[in-house]
Structure formats: structure tokens, C-alpha cells
Ligand binder design. Structure first.
Ligand code: URA
Length: 238
């Protein structure tokens, strides 16, 4: 291995059931400012760049390791996330946690965030129903996502769904035709970008067969991410 520092190696991100992706914690800490994310989170609590703040309980900022090699980007917080103030803690988050585990990726090894940091909803009876964010809301929130990417500097960004894909890549995408390959974001040469299904899309599948197929594809895409990281880490250490 090429690393000469005294850092330990984090084996929490497995490339597959057989191999390990190794991260030297001392190297990581040297290049990442762990306070930066906390400062951004505090600043984002006051964000009024679009009208969504008026109807949401709070800003839901990203969470996870400040030096994570993988950043997962969702669409926007849901009902549960809005109440609790943490990303992916509702039903979609539970499915995501399961998919990460099945793909051999510890949730501790990823930074999880959203393209839009406020819950957009409309009332239906007593319920708050999710509404897809508009382009202007995605654009207004982009400064936070960019700041998170600049701070964490992940090697891989995984876009969960089309809104995240649009926010990261800068153009409209169709998940079905773009998943399974790695993309480059023009303004982000340091990152590779993968797109896959949003876990809420998997949950929406009507019968068990469709659910199993969509879930299997989500896990396969996440395994591909772990595998690509494993390979690039090996090359860097040669
Ligand atoms: N869906 C998302 O896109 N993000 C969350 O945090 C929760 C649900």
C-alpha cells in the first residue's frame, strides 16, 4: 500500500462480499474539515432562497461522514424527515439502509443528502402529500448541494432518482437509460456520478415481482458503485 501515515483502515465499505475497500482515516482527516459541514448546516437553517421554507418544519441538511467516499443524493426530505430533521429516516430511508447493506456498503461510509433541503408538500385531508420540487427550487438549493460536494469531496456521487440526477448532472435524465454506467459531471472532474432508482420508486411497485426486480436493480447499482470504488482505490495504491 502507498500510504505512509499512521491512519487505520476503514473496512466498512466492502466492494463486494469478498473484497474490501480500504480508507486511511488519517489521510482523510488531513484533507477534510469536519467543522465545515456543521457550519453549512447551521447556515442552511436560515435559508429562504425559495418559498419552500415557509411550509416545511425545518431545513433537512445532509448527514454522514465528512470524508465519505460516496455521497448519496435523494430528492427532498419526506414527511418523516421533515419532522425529525434527518435525511432518509422514513420508509424510503429504511429501504435504502437495507439496499446498502445488501450491496455491502455500511451507511457509516456514506454521506446522505438531498437535492432540495425543504419538504415540499400539499395538504390532502389531514395528510401532507409529497410534491415534486420545481426546477427553480432545485436551482435555489444547488448552492447547498455544491457546498456539500466541495466539502466532503466524495469520489462517487450516487443520484437516487431523476431530481437528484438533474441537480448533479445539470440536465434532465431518465434513470432507466442511464443507470448501470458511470457518468462525468462537466463541472466536477473529481467525481464520478452513478444514477439509480429512488428507493421510494421501489416502494411504489405494485406487486411483489416488480418490487423484487426494482429492488434487485437498486442493489446491483449500489454494488457496482462499491466495485468501482474498490478498483479505483487499488489503482491509486499501485
Ligand atoms: N426521499 C428523499 O429523496 N429524501 C429523503 O430524505 C427521504 C425521502
Amino acid at each position: 500500500m502507498g500510504c505512509k501515515t499512521a491512519g487505520s483502515f476503514d473496512s466498512s465499505l466492502q466492494a463486494d462480499r469478498g473484497g474490501f475497500f480500504v480508507l486511511c482515516t488519517a489521510c482523510m482527516d488531513a484533507v477534510h474539515d469536519h467543522g465545515a459541514i456543521a457550519r453549512l448546516r447551521a447556515e442552511a437553517q436560515r435559508c429562504k432562497a425559495c418559498p419552500l421554507w415557509r411550509y416545511a418544519t425545518q431545513t433537512v441538511f445532509g448527514e454522514g461522514s465528512a470524508s465519505a467516499p460516496v455521497m448519496l443524493v435523494g430528492e427532498q426530505p419526506g414527511n418523516e424527515e421533515d419532522r425529525q430533521g434527518h435525511p432518509f429516516v422514513g420508509p424510503a430511508g429504511l429501504l435504502l439502509a437495507r439496499a446498502l447493506e445488501d450491496a455491502g456498503i455500511s451507511r457509516d461510509a456514506v454521506y446522505v443528502t438531498n437535492a432540495v433541503k425543504h419538504f415540499k408538500w400539499e395538504p390532502r385531508g389531514k395528510r401532507r402529500i409529497h410534491k415534486t420540487p420545481a426546477q427553480r427550487e432545485i436551482d435555489a438549493c444547488n448552492r447547498w448541494l455544491n457546498a456539500e460536494i466541495d466539502s466532503v469531496r466524495p469520489r462517487m456521487i450516487v443520484c437516487l432518482g431523476a431530481t437528484a440526477g438533474r441537480a448533479v448532472l445539470g440536465y434532465s435524465i431518465r434513470i432507466g437509460s442511464l443507470r448501470g454506467v458511470l457518468h462525468a459531471a462537466a463541472e466536477r472532474p473529481a467525481q464520478q456520478v452513478a444514477v439509480t432508482y429512488h428507493p421510494a420508486y421501489v416502494l411504489r411497485q405494485r406487486d411483489q415481482e416488480r418490487f423484487a426486480a426494482a429492488y434487485g436493480e437498486l442493489v446491483a447499482d449500489l454494488r457496482g458503485v462499491a466495485h468501482a470504488l474498490h478498483e479505483s482505490a487499488e489503482l491509486a495504491l499501485r
